[in-house]
Design a protein around this ligand. Sequence first.
Ligand code: ZN
Length: 87
Amino acid sequence: MIIEKKIDPILHRQKCHACGYYTIYEAIPTGDTATDTCTYCGHQVQLNWYSDLRAAIKSNEKWFKDMAAVVPELDQLKNRGDHILLD
Ligand SMILES: [Zn+2]
C-alpha cells in the first residue's frame, strides 16, 4: 500500500520572465522537484523541492515587501491570474 503525502500547492509572488508581469506563481511538488507555474501566462520552471523554492520565495517576498512601500499595487497580487506590469 502506497501512502501519498498530499502537499498543497504553494502560491507566491514573483516576476515572470516569460510574460514580464509581476504575477502569482503556483508551485506544485512532484517528488524531489516542484513545478513552478506562472498563473497568468502558464510559463513553467522546475525547482528543487523544497530548498530552492524556499530560497526563491524568501528573496522574492523580501523584494516585494520593500517595493510595496513604493508601489502599493504589488500588495494586491493575491489570487491566481493576478498580474501587474511595472516599468
Ligand atoms: Zn508569466
